[in-house]
Ligand binder design. Structure first.
Ligand SMILES: Cc1cc2nc3c(=O)[nH]c(=O)nc-3n(C[C@H](O)[C@H](O)[C@H](O)COP(=O)(O)O)c2cc1C
Length: 168
């Protein structure tokens, strides 16, 4: 899939078919995160791939904003080392994974921010590494409205030359 087409059509996928994601696709998803650029090339991240059903169920129970993780065939837990750039670096790596997956027909979503500290002991992640997000992946149950997104008008957020001058 062409890059803009992937950015144009990707959507948050919260329901997954009961179908495994092939190992070569999983590998590409993880490599896309690994190869992502980071500030001063610090790479302050860790990607824990979880495919074991019982563990996925436990993560789902912890993730208050992502109970649907329980249906996913796999998740990547994204941990950050202590670095002032960690959130931006790890966020960019997540976007690499989301777009790489989508280009192969695999949906995903960012699940974050609430209750994720409890993932550390479950997966043996050292306490100095904070979990930014859990990203479930799987083939979407529904064909999602390709390219139909609920977004503010482009002219409201894109400016040309000077704030307030409409780009579009
Ligand atoms: C930083 C970030 C955090 C998010 N956290 C959650 C979350 O915890 N649970 C969830 O179901 N969706 C989460 N989402 C998905 C957004 O709600 C979703 O992308 C947004 O509503 C736009 O929908 P769309 O991606 O389908 O266009 C998150 C997205 C981002 C970028």
């Amino acid at each position: 899939m062409e890059v803009f087409e992937a950015a144009r059509t990707v959507l948050a996928v919260r329901a997954y078919q009961n179908k495994p994601v092939p190992p070569e696709t999983v590998r590409r998803i993880v490599e896309s995160a690994w190869l992502t650029a980071s500030s001063i090339n610090g790479q302050p991240w860790h990607f824990i791939v979880v495919e074991e059903r019982a563990v996925l169920d436990k993560i789902a129970a912890l993730a208050r904003t992502g109970r649907y993780i329980a249906q996913a065939p796999l998740v990547v837990v994204v941990g950050m080392e202590t670095s002032r750039y960690a959130i931006s670096d790890a966020s960019r790596a997540i976007q690499s994974m989301v777009l790489t997956a989508w280009s192969e027909g695999v949906g995903s979503n960012w699940v974050g921010f609430q209750g994720l500290e409890a993932v550390n002991p479950l997966l043996g992640i050292p306490p100095e590494i904070s979990v930014l997000a859990v990203v479930p992946f799987g083939y979407p149950v529904k064909r999602l409205g390709k390219g139909r997104k609920n977004r503010k008008p482009l002219g409201q957020v894109a400016h040309l030359g000077r704030f307030g001058m409409p780009f579009a």
